[in-house]
Design a protein around this ligand. Structure first.
Ligand code: DER
Length: 259
């Protein structure tokens, strides 16, 4: 109950400090923490929210938005609505709220515990700012010190090939995620599998000079790039700090709310 109260308080603070009534598009992530963000936004009432559209990151997020009486707008419909100008910024979403499984001191995140990492990455890419709300259990000096594995979304036909290649990259015992209660492979909103790949604790991006693949020592950016290049991988549950040069490529400047 203490953790739930902390999650709720952090979400209410995140909304109080970052949510503006002038927003047009608001990204909403997946999981139990971000539910308190939606609760806090819905409390502002229809006079504020009726002119806004909320961009989900999967079926759970869509239901969360809809159940709160807020307007859902899927990414394809957002892109149709705003129009396309070659070379123009695609960061149409004013702000994106989401949780994480683990956050390091550079605000790099492990995400994907809820199997929504692909659409979460898409919405993050389309957002001006990403507010990650995470309670103290998620706070770590470096990634994979509290959370054990990197979630990876893969094409079912290539799952075993990817699993073996992740072992070659230094992952101990990567497994294809099973979904209860049917005990079959979990299927994502994009009809793919998730492989949970344990790796030794990661470095920080600032420690790129200490990368040592032989010892399985990677920075978040380097490991994400390595895994993303594996044939059969759709996306990787490592969200880099998104500050500095890759901000343009990776999306918004991440601003974590104090865990
Ligand atoms: O899958 C994700 O990345 C989610 O944000 C998620 O794992 C966080 O879930 P929680 O808010 O229920 O801890």
């Amino acid at each position: 109950a203490l953790i739930e109260a902390a999650k709720r308080a952090a979400c209410r603070q995140a909304v109080a400090e970052n949510f503006q009534p002038t927003f047009k598009y608001v990204g909403i992530g997946s999981g139990s923490t971000v539910a308190y963000v939606v609760e806090a936004i819905a409390e502002k009432g229809k006079s504020v929210t009726s002119t806004m559209k909320f961009i989900p990151t999967g079926s759970g997020s869509t239901n969360l938005i809809r159940d709160a009486g807020l307007t859902v707008l899927q990414v394809p419909d957002l892109l149709a609505e705003v129009g396309f100008t070659p070379g123009a910024s695609k960061q149409h979403i004013d702000i994106y709220f989401d949780g994480a499984d683990e956050v390091d001191s550079e605000l790099n995140c492990i995400k994907g515990g809820g199997a929504c990492l692909f659409q979460e990455k898409v919405v993050s890419r389309l957002s001006k700012k990403f507010i990650c709300v995470a309670d103290s259990r998620k706070k770590a000096d470096a990634l994979l010190t509290k959370w054990a594995y990197v979630p990876v979304e893969v094409a079912p036909a290539a799952a075993e090939l990817v699993r073996q290649t992740l072992v070659d990259l230094g992952s101990r015992e990567p497994v294809v995620r099973i979904a209860g209660p049917t005990y079959t492979y979990a299927i994502t909103d994009n009809h793919n599998y998730i492989i949970d790949a344990p790796f030794p604790p990661l470095l920080l991006n600032a420690q790129a000079d200490r990368i040592d693949p032989a010892l399985g020592r990677w920075t978040p950016d380097a490991l994400a790039a390595k895994i993303r290049a594996v044939l059969g991988v759709l996306e990787v549950g490592i969200f880099s700090g998104m500050t500095g040069p890759q901000a343009a490529a990776e999306g918004p400047a991440a601003e974590g709310v104090k865990p």
